[in-house]
Ligand binder design. Structure first.
Ligand code: MG
Length: 266
């Protein structure tokens, strides 16, 4: 009599699908990295560190913290970080974490500014399936572990958040075309969170973004039921060979067409 085959024991998340643990890990990492950065920042201001060295040191400390945690928790997964070397062997891999350890570095090193964030995302086959964005200065974390409910805010004129560069070039034409109030601040994560939390109706940029700038914000915004697209209306994909891509719109679904129709303002 032959022995029955020994069933293989899964040793980690099933390849090709995200688990609730993946969502939870993204949230935990965004929160814990944020807490570490708050302390790092406080100590840097106390010591009167040079702002440039403060943000560089913080970038690297947060990067190392995230890499160590992911190496321990998900040793088989690939990690693409803004602060790391782009190992091109990531291309074609199924599970790739895309992280920005500190988004909005200039604000991080400015006293009183809270428009900086930590981005943690997991992409599977190029789709942003898990994500978390923390805004450590205000103690806020939004993630796909518990997709946020976007509050309905009744206001006379829509609020559109943009980068400072978009504000400089297109702020007035956007305001006129949408009868909107245009607000500019730093960090793609902070701007996406303004839409997720209902203080803005749309985040629009016609500038280029790296994948780590937009991946976690898009994962969270999609899970919250918001519209996310490039300016041609296509849904962003990730873990591409080319990491820099132009334009992003995150908004309430009903704002998408009116804004995409304005693309000629570019
Ligand atoms: Mg960064």
């Amino acid at each position: 009599m032959t022995e029955p085959p020994i069933p293989s024991t899964p040793t980690g998340p099933a390849e090709g699908s995200a688990t609730s643990d993946d969502h939870g890990l993204a949230e935990t990492l965004a929160r814990e990295t944020g807490e570490m950065l708050v302390e790092f920042r406080h100590n840097g201001f106390e010591r009167m560190d040079n702002p440039w060295s403060l943000q560089d040191d913080a970038d690297m400390a947060a990067h190392r913290f995230i890499l160590e945690r992911l190496a321990h928790e998900r040793p088989d997964d690939v990690v693409l970080s803004e602060e790391g070397h782009d190992d091109r062997s990531r291309i074609g891999q199924r599970r790739v974490w895309i992280v920005d350890p500190l988004d909005g570095s200039n604000s991080f090193s400015s006293r009183g500014a809270d428009d900086w964030a930590v981005h943690i995302a997991l992409t599977i086959d190029g789709e942003p399936v898990c994500g978390a964005v923390s805004m450590p200065s205000v103690g806020d974390v939004a993630s796909t572990a518990e997709p946020p409910d976007v509050p309905v805010v009744d206001r006379e004129n829509p609020v559109v958040v943009v980068s400072r560069q978009t504000m400089r070039w297109h702020g007035q034409s956007l305001a006129d075309a949408l009868d909107a109030r245009i607000v500019a601040f730093g960090s793609a994560g902070a701007k996406a969170m303004a839409v997720v939390r209902g203080s803005a109706d749309a985040y629009f940029t016609d500038g280029g973004l790296y994948e780590w700038d937009s991946c976690a914000p898009v994962a969270v915004a999609l899970a919250a039921g918001l519209h996310c697209s490039r300016l041609d209306g296509s849904t962003p994909t990730y873990n591409n060979a080319q990491l820099f891509a132009p334009g992003l719109l995150i908004c309430r679904p009903e704002m998408a067409d009116p804004i995409l129709d304005l693309i000629e303002i570019r």
